[in-house]
Every structure is written in structure tokens, then in C-alpha cells.
Design a protein around this ligand. Structure first.
Ligand code: CA
Ligand code: CA
Ligand code: CA
Length: 240
């Protein structure tokens, strides 16, 4: 009696194991796919990656892992299919995407993004407290770095901070600043390899409500003819 009960338990356990194995085997792995735009970005272009064409036929995709420089290490992990990226250098970048389904199976794909070098590579960075938010009355330091990649004449930079915010110039990078417009103009010619840094402080008005504000900027040059939005950090979250 005891041995037949043991056998029954053993058989039942075996049966359960077989069922769970069959279930594990029956999970179809997801198929990774993505698109990106624009197709021919330069070093000032925010590239949008969209992996919503990835599919899991018998479940759902729960994780999107992106390697943007082809080194096999993921640079970004997301639960949503879209993301954006700026490429600091020209080249043929291998983008690897790995998607994971709701039962842990994965699928991968690689694509090449050809990035060309802009005549001037521009980046804005904001010095914010570790919390990522500032309080009314506080100061945000804005740093704009221009890397010259081609001989260039008539370089200009225009920044548009939120209305009513006070601007304090810190470093004009050899330019003439038209403070009323927050416009910098360079009269000299620049050569490839030169780097220019423009720094200014923004003081958040004490009456500012809790909200997110954005900075807009435009980089222009006369020769070669260029007009490119300033990319990099742009959002300032104010919290009272
Ligand atoms: Ca699946
Ligand atoms: Ca990487
Ligand atoms: Ca302006």
C-alpha cells in the first residue's frame, strides 16, 4: 500500500514535470525588430528608435535592451519600445536590440546607423541638483559646447530660456553677446579641432509654479550655411 502510494506520488510528480517542460518548450521566443529615423543622421540629430514592430506570437514583450555602440553591453533598458539617442561621433554604429517576452525568452537583431559629422557638433548640458529638480529662486548653470569639425565663418548661437527668467553671463567663448536676445556672434574663423564653451546661469523666478520648462536654441553659421537646433539637455523641472 505504502509503495503503491509512493509510486503514485512519483508518477504524479513526473507527470507534472513533463507538463511544465512541455509548457516551457511551447513558449515561442519573441522576434526583435526596430526602425530608426531619420535614416541619415548627423552628430546633431536626435535619432528615434522604434521597436514596436517586434512581436511575440504567444505572449508579450516586457523588456527592450539597447546597445548603441556595438560593444555588446546594453546602454539602455526600457519597458516601452521607443527611445532616442544622440551620436557624438561620425561612423557606422552597430545597434543591437534584445527583446524579452513575458516568459523570459529573448530575440535579438542588429542594424547599422550611419552617422555623418555635422560642421559643428553642439551639445547643451544643464548642471542640476542630484534630485533633477530646482526650486524657485535657485540657479541652473547652462553649458553649451561647440566642437568645430569644418572650417567655419560667421558662427552664431541663439538660446531661448523660459520667459521672465534672469540670465547671467558666465563665459562667452570669445563671442559678442547680445544679451537682450541671448545671442552670441563670433566674428573670427574657426578651424577643425577647435572647441568653444559658452556658459550662462539661469535664475528661476521666485514666483515660478511647479512645472517643467524647456530651453530652445539654434546654432547658425554663414559659411557653410548651417541652422541646427541645440541638442542635449533641455528640460528643467521646477518644484516648489
Ligand atoms: Ca513567447
Ligand atoms: Ca554599449
Ligand atoms: Ca534668443
Amino acid at each position: 500500500m505504502r509503495s503503491s502510494l509512493k509510486r503514485l506520488i512519483l508518477l504524479t510528480t513526473l507527470g507534472l514535470l513533463m507538463v511544465s517542460c512541455a509548457e516551457a518548450q511551447s513558449n515561442i521566443p519573441p522576434r526583435a525588430d526596430f526602425r530608426f529615423s531619420p535614416q541619415n543622421p548627423d552628430t546633431n540629430t536626435l535619432v528615434t528608435f522604434d521597436a514596436s514592430s517586434s512581436k511575440d506570437p504567444d505572449g508579450s514583450i516586457v523588456k527592450y535592451e539597447w546597445d548603441f555602440n556595438g560593444d555588446g553591453k546594453f546602454d539602455e533598458i526600457k519597458t516601452v519600445p521607443t527611445t532616442t539617442r544622440l551620436f557624438d561621433r561620425a561612423g557606422e554604429w552597430r545597434i543591437n536590440l534584445r527583446v524579452t517576452d513575458n516568459r523570459g525568452a529573448t530575440g535579438s537583431i542588429s542594424k547599422i546607423v550611419k552617422v555623418t559629422e555635422a560642421p559643428v557638433t553642439v551639445r547643451r548640458s544643464l548642471a542640476l541638483p542630484p534630485s533633477g529638480t530646482v526650486a524657485p529662486g535657485q540657479t541652473v548653470r547652462v553649458i553649451i559646447v561647440l566642437r568645430i569639425n569644418q572650417t567655419i565663418n560667421g558662427l552664431g548661437l541663439d538660446e531661448d530660456p523660459p520667459k521672465g527668467w534672469t540670465v547671467k553671463e558666465v563665459q562667452n567663448g570669445g563671442a559678442i553677446l547680445k544679451k537682450s536676445e541671448l545671442q552670441w556672434l563670433w566674428t573670427q574663423r574657426f578651424s577643425p579641432g577647435q572647441t568653444i564653451a559658452v556658459i550662462y546661469d539661469l535664475i528661476v523666478p521666485t514666483t515660478t509654479p511647479t512645472s517643467t520648462f524647456s530651453l530652445k536654441g539654434l546654432l547658425t553659421s554663414f559659411s557653410p550655411r548651417l541652422a541646427a537646433p541645440v541638442v542635449g539637455d533641455s528640460e528643467i523641472r521646477v518644484s516648489r
